[in-house]
Design a protein around this ligand. Structure first.
Ligand SMILES: NC(=O)c1ccc[n+]([C@@H]2O[C@H](COP(=O)([O-])OP(=O)(O)OC[C@H]3O[C@@H](n4cnc5c(N)ncnc54)[C@H](OP(=O)(O)O)[C@@H]3O)[C@@H](O)[C@H]2O)c1
Length: 315
């Protein structure tokens, strides 16, 4: 029983009747790959009447076993619910599925929440396309893998129509924590790509360090315990300090200067080479710092490297 349905003796004494909990809203899920199946399963588990469609119909069987209605065409699937979640491979696939029914007026009055990955520009174009076909459009970025769907700690990034998010928030909150970024439809994709870039850079730096440390004996697990303390304690604090510097365009080098970090990264290059570990990554980092120094930021903080990243042609 949730908070909305709980009655107390005080309620009873006052003669009030608690409002009935709203019924879970119907929702349609288009695309039942790994991610679409996880989305539909999370919605069924929370009691939402769920209609599903997938190009390869056999993937709908586990959802049918959970009580989902399996539509035989995209048209039937979209007609079943006011809210349509789409999660297919890419935008070409999305248009292949939706174009015919949209041309026939099937999207009019619907809320389309697109969880298919793409570029910010593709999301912007998709929003205009949806608008031309009479649908509200919210673009989404799923910041987890299928096992994380339904975990309220996991971020689902959204941008585009805030009205669509507000109207369907309880459904979308069943998938994860909905984080609205703004009205420009491409924002969720932009953040998604930026955050994945951060993840890949972090993974690669961690694996590079792991390759060096394990060459001398300690296990990856031992190194990772220390690496995580470094990341979540110190490094995240440095980022919090540097973000306002980037916003202000001023990078006081009162903690550690770029020149000092250039000297320090030579130790990393040396340690990698001495252990036969690839030195491409530290070489790239060093050359980026050197470009910042060459632009006059040697005595500035590391945040000044943004000046090189923002102006790559000015090498
Ligand atoms: N998996 C993740 O961890 C994750 C995380 C965040 C975001 N995403 C995004 O979620 C989307 C789906 O990923 P996924 O992992 O579910 O991929 P997947 O398992 O490969 O599923 C791809 C889905 O797209 C459908 N599809 C592909 N081409 C199609 C076409 N031409 N016409 C109709 N349907 C087509 C597939 O249908 P069939 O079953 O018939 O092939 C399937 O339903 C991608 O944009 C991905 O980037 C995934």
């Amino acid at each position: 029983m949730n908070a909305q349905t709980t009655s107390t003796s005080a309620d009873a004494g006052a003669g009030t009747t608690p409002a009935p909990a709203p019924s879970p809203a119907p929702v349609t899920v288009i695309g039942l790959g790994n991610m679409g199946s996880a989305l539909a399963a999370a919605l069924r588990d929370r009691g939402h009447p769920t209609t599903v469609w997938n190009r390869s119909p056999e993937k709908a069987k586990p959802l049918a076993d959970r009580g989902a209605h399996v539509a035989s065409t995209p048209e039937e699937a979209v007609a079943a619910s006011g809210l349509v979640l789409a999660c297919v491979l890419d935008y070409d696939a999305l248009h292949t599925v939706l174009d015919p029914l949209a041309e026939a007026g099937g999207l009019a009055g619907k809320s389309l929440v697109n969880l298919t990955s793409g570029s910010p520009e593709q999301a912007d174009a998709m929003a205009a396309w949806a608008d031309a076909h009479g649908a509200g459009y919210l673009d989404g970025g799923i910041m987890t893998t299928p096992p994380g769907v339904g975990n309220p700690e996991m971020m689902f990034l959204y941008s585009g129509s805030e009205d669509v998010l507000d109207a369907h928030r309880p459904v979308l909150a069943a998938l994860g924590d909905p984080l609205y970024l703004g009205a420009r439809p491409g924002l969720a994709s932009l953040y998604d790509s930026a955050l994945l870039g951060l993840m890949w850079a972090t993974f690669t730096g961690w694996l590079h360090g792991t390759a060096m440390v394990t060459a001398d004996g300690p296990s990856a697990t031992e190194f990772t315990r220390v690496a995580l303390r470094w990341l979540t304690g110190a490094v995240s604090g440095f980022m919090t300090t540097y973000a306002p510097q980037v916003d202000a365009g001023r990078y006081p080098g009162d903690d550690a200067t770029v020149d000092v970090q250039i000297a320090t990264i030579d130790h990393l290059v040396h340690a990698a080479r001495a252990r036969g570990v690839d030195d491409t990554l530290p070489g790239l980092l060093k050359s980026t710092m050197e470009r910042a120094a060459a632009k006059g930021h040697g005595q500035d903080s590391y945040a000044s490297v943004i000046e090189v990243l923002r102006n790559p042609v000015a090498r």
